[in-house]
Design a protein around this ligand. Structure first.
Ligand code: ADP
Length: 475
């Protein structure tokens, strides 16, 4: 009854576009992002459908869904969320109009996007052509070069043998270099090589790791930029050639090339470099008639030069901070674009997009800093969420007895703070972290607080080596 009520209110609010509105949307993911998608779905008056693996039957996102189904019978815990036939079958049996893939899992899978289309299900994400161009890092580099976007000096395409790799490095780029998996993501599938004598072994390892982690052993090589900042530009495209940007994020606080805490907007950029990055991001994606949400990632070196590294053709973990400074709901925008609305229909022309204040997000994981960030698992015994002005909690509604299993990524909750200036924002986030209580599993809360307390962080005076160079943060 209540849901019916919500739906009819939404129908009234969005009466004009009701004919094309989805009735049921499936979040083909787990954890906080599944819940995030379901929340946006419900707010648009759409019924939210969840899927879960057998291992996830007592996990949070299942209980958020209006209806949910087990997928991937007989598959591994991760394999269940990658089981395309099972997911499509559930979607068809239950009359799903659209599938939002979240991040990770099937989000950049061209075959899945095509399979959705073949079954009259709308894939809430980029077109299969967009995914094929940008999901592969070497293909994306080529498009960047074609569109005059500066890239990190590197191999023109994939490198298949050690001899080829050696010839390339010896002929100019020099050490250190980074070997990257073309299909890699999430900070995995990368190896830094400092000296010529380590190239052979690292090259072979990188290829075999890429094959086992991403099902594709293709790698390429880039010069390893010395202590860069990681700056990324959020864009939205409607597939009709219109692209807008929603400013930028600084994701330089990283541990082993994985983001820990993100801030928006990026501060202290040379205005010319800032403008160039935004222009490059929009030009690159508009040229591809990009559809849906995407992120164009750059490194900025000590001399202030920027280099394209990749496009993430999906919603990102850190999208919340952009939502907080722009007031634009990115996940709702994704769903509405997938429904066929243009950016103008959404009221999202560039002149209407502005930012206010600062936002910071930290990733609370079930990892123990004291044991070198070993993932912990167990049953949640106490879960007290923080709140108050300017605090946002993205979770899969945490509850006592929720099971945290060792099978998946250890992200538990994202805490986001928003305030008019950066100092207030950091203090607010620290207060929220202190208020947040989880017992039953260990988290990385102390580590996140240490980062927020660090004067260099507050000053914005950091690069991607910040955590490695400050071992005291891990206490
Ligand atoms: P992923 O797709 O796994 O996130 P990225 O290509 O986005 O991989 O790189 C992740 C991080 O690795 C970057 O933010 C940066 O810290 C580091 N990195 C990647 N490429 C380079 C490079 N050429 N030089 C220095 N650091 C790099």
């Amino acid at each position: 009854q209540a849901r019916q009520g919500l739906r009819s209110t939404a129908v009234q609010l969005f009466a004009i576009r009701d004919a094309s509105t989805f009735r049921k949307l499936m979040a083909a993911n787990r954890g906080e992002i599944a819940t995030r998608i379901m929340r946006a779905t419900n707010e648009l008056g759409i019924r939210a459908v969840g899927i879960f693996s057998r291992e996830d039957r007592f996990t949070q996102h299942r209980y958020k869904a209006d209806e949910s189904y087990q997928v991937g019978e007989g598959k591994t815990p991760v394999g269940a969320y990658l089981d395309i036939p099972s997911i499509i079958q559930i979607a068809k049996e239950n009359k799903i109009d659209a599938i939002h893939p979240g991040y990770g899992f099937l989000s950049e899978n061209v075959g899945f996007a095509k399979e959705c289309a073949a079954n009259d299900i709308i894939f809430v994400g980029p077109t299969p052509e967009n995914l094929a161009r940008f999901g592969d890092k070497t293909a994306a580099r080529e498009i960047a070069i074609e569109n005059n976007v500066p890239v990190v000096p590197g191999t023109p395409g994939p490198v298949s043998t050690y001899e080829e790799a050696k010839a390339f490095v010896d002929n100019g780029v020099g050490y250190p270099i980074i070997i990257k998996a073309s299909m890699g993501g999430g900070g995995r599938g990368m190896r830094v090589v400092e000296r010529a004598e380590d190239l052979e072994e690292n090259f072979k390892r990188a290829s075999s790791e890429a094959l086992s982690a991403f099902g594709d052993g293709t790698v390429f090589i880039e010069r390893y930029v010395d202590r860069p900042r990681h700056i990324e530009v959020q864009i939205l495209g409607d597939g009709q050639g219109n692209v807008v940007h929603l400013y930028h994020r600084d994701c330089s606080v990283q541990r082993r090339h994985q983001k820990v805490l993100e801030t928006a907007p990026a501060i202290g950029l040379d205005p010319a470099v800032e403008k160039a990055m935004i222009d490059d991001a929009v030009r690159l994606t508009a040229a591809a008639k990009y559809k849906n949400a995407g992120t164009v990632e750059f490194l900025v070196d000590k001399q202030g030069r920027h280099y394209f590294i990749e496009v993430n053709p999906r919603i990102q973990v850190e999208h919340t901070i952009t939502e907080e400074i722009t007031g634009i709901d990115l996940v709702q925008s994704q769903i509405r674009i997938a429904q066929g609305e243009s950016l103008a229909d959404l009221g999202l022309t560039q002149d209407k997009i502005s930012i206010r204040g600062h936002a910071m997000q930290c990733r609370v994981t079930t990892e123990d800093p004291a044991t070198g960030f070993q993932p912990d698992s167990g049953v949640i015994e106490v879960f007290r969420s923080p709140g108050g002005m300017g605090i946002r909690v993205d979770d899969g509604p945490g509850f006592v007895n929720a099971h945290i299993t060792p099978h998946y990524d250890s992200l538990l909750v994202k805490l986001t703070a928003r305030a008019l200036n950066r100092d207030d924002c950091a203090f607010k986030l620290k207060r929220a972290l202190e208020e947040f209580r989880v017992r039953g599993v260990t988290t990385n809360k102390s580590f996140l607080s240490n980062v927020l307390n660090h004067p260099d962080f507050i000053a914005g005076n950091i690069d991607t080596s910040f955590i490695a160079e400050n071992p005291n943060l891990v206490k």
